[in-house]
Design a protein around this ligand. Structure first.
Ligand code: ADP
Length: 443
């Protein structure tokens, strides 16, 4: 209304002046005023409508929304370049906003899906953000984790120096684990943050410890017979140099110590050869009904030494198994060897085989003293023995069952050990059937 008045006022003033100076009569002046009022109204309406459109464009730009084409087209031609420019900015703004939203979504997904626990802390060490891995690993224990003295110290150092810190800590909650904490201080004014990444290193630590233990154990096992050999050589050169009966006795002991070293080295080499191919399952097919009798035949002399009977019972419907014949021979030999060593003198060893699930299993059972329950889970560890002295005395290396376990793992099979003290032990091996290769699953 006011706009129409402003637009119409100047021509009306001119008309009034013309009427007052009697240059124009009142009739035509009124008609001209009516026309001027109509045009002023239309012009005001057009201007307001276009200003509304421009305001709508600015509104949508502010909200980062896309423009509706009809809305952004002004009615008055002289507004069109301005509207076009605004529309261009609006489109650029919307595209930028969409790009930022997409980037933010990707960043969010990366943070959430990181396999390691990630925590963001403020300068007061209050947690302001965690990712899925952190919540899954530590849950409600996050405050307790952050109270760990070494971790607190490292976070404090990172905050003070503004640099990165790395520290390995053992965290007792919720379950004990070793984590490597990488701490990064982000100093961007006006606030600073700490990014804390906790990577679980429990497995790596256990492997490192196992490797160190293995080297120490292997050296120790070799050093004992070696020390005895060196001792006897000294004796043979010195005090026993003129004593043939003592020489014969010492040479006998030396031969058995050397044989022990040889067995140990053979077993160590065997183990490392198996480990080298453990990730490649065998491809051959083996008929247990043919292999098992062949192996037991080779055991006759050892059985005779301890007056042990061997009973072999094979189920008639045995499927062929996917196996490496040499390695399965080694498994059966190691299990029979243990049954002879630890079984009862004049006792019986049973070797049975049957179809089982999508494969076949064979079992070696002795009627020896059995194995106390608490030792069962650790029997397949390298150098683990229930009775160290007894194993050494009867020529054991402590590696037989570790070799069995690794071979069975390579075959994607299963080893189970059952034993009751005083009632003998059963070592059972399951292997996938050759025909069931595709669907082969453990029983
Ligand atoms: P070793 O060379 O000492 O026999 P193994 O790895 O073959 O090493 O066996 C590990 C330990 O498991 C043995 O020292 C022994 O204590 C125990 N063990 C294995 N087989 C039997 C068995 N049939 N009866 C009783 N104990 C056994």
């Amino acid at each position: 209304m006011w706009l129409a008045l402003c637009l119409g006022l100047p021509p009306v003033v001119v008309l009034l002046a013309l009427v007052l100076t009697q240059s124009l009569s009142i009739g035509p002046a009124l008609a001209a005023a009516a026309v001027i009022a109509l045009f002023a109204g239309i012009a005001a309406w057009l201007l307001l409508a276009d200003l509304d459109r421009l305001a709508a464009i600015l509104d949508r730009m502010g909200a980062g929304a896309a423009l509706r084409p009809r809305e952004s087209q002004p009615l008055l031609p002289f507004f069109r370049p301005l509207a076009a420019q605004l529309a261009h900015f609006a489109r650029r703004g919307a595209a930028e906003a969409a790009r930022l939203a997409e980037r933010r979504g990707i960043d969010e997904t990366i943070v959430e899906r990181l396999p390691d626990a990630l925590l963001i802390l403020d300068t007061k060490q209050t947690v302001i953000r965690t990712n899925t891995a952190a919540r899954a690993a530590f849950g409600a224990e996050i405050p307790a984790v952050l109270r760990h003295p070494e971790l607190r110290g490292a976070i404090g150092r990172a905050l003070a120096s503004g640099t990165a810190e790395t520290v390995d800590v053992t965290i007792p909650v919720p379950t004990e684990r070793t984590v490597r904490a990488s701490i990064l201080s982000l100093n961007h004014a006006p606030s600073s943050h700490i990014v804390l990444v906790l990577s679980d290193r429990t497995r790596e630590h256990a492997i490192e410890r196992m490797r160190a233990d293995f080297v120490a154990n292997a050296s120790h096992e070799l050093r004992t017979p070696l020390a005895s050999l060196i001792g006897f050589i000294e004796t043979l050169r010195g005090p026993a140099s003129d004593d043939p009966p003592a020489q014969r006795r010492f040479l006998g002991i030396m031969a058995s110590e050397a044989a022990r070293m040889q067995r140990l080295i053979d077993d160590l080499l065997s183990l490392s050869r198996i480990e080298l191919v453990e990730h490649q399952p065998p491809t051959g097919a083996v008929d247990l009904a043919v292999l098992l009798p062949r192996i037991t035949a080779g055991f006759e002399p050892r059985l005779a030494e301890r007056h042990i009977q061997l009973s072999l019972r094979l189920a008639p419907n045995l499927p062929q198994v996917i196996a490496d014949a040499d390695q399965i021979t080694q498994v059966v030999q190691n299990l029979l060897d243990n049954a002879v060593k630890y079984g009862r003198e004049k006792g019986t060893i049973r070797l049975t085989a049957e179809a089982h699930g999508a494969g076949a299993s064979f079992a070696v059972t002795d009627d020896g003293p059995g194995i106390p329950r608490q030792h069962l889970p650790r029997l397949t560890e390298r150098f683990y023995r229930v009775d160290k002295g007894r194993s050494r005395a009867i020529g054991g290396t402590g590696l037989g069952l570790a070799i069995v376990k690794h071979i069975v793992n390579r075959h994607r099979g299963q080893l189970t050990i059952e034993s009751t003290e005083g009632n003998g032990s059963t070592f059972r091996v399951w292997l996938p059937a050759a025909a069931a290769k595709a669907r082969g699953s453990a029983p």
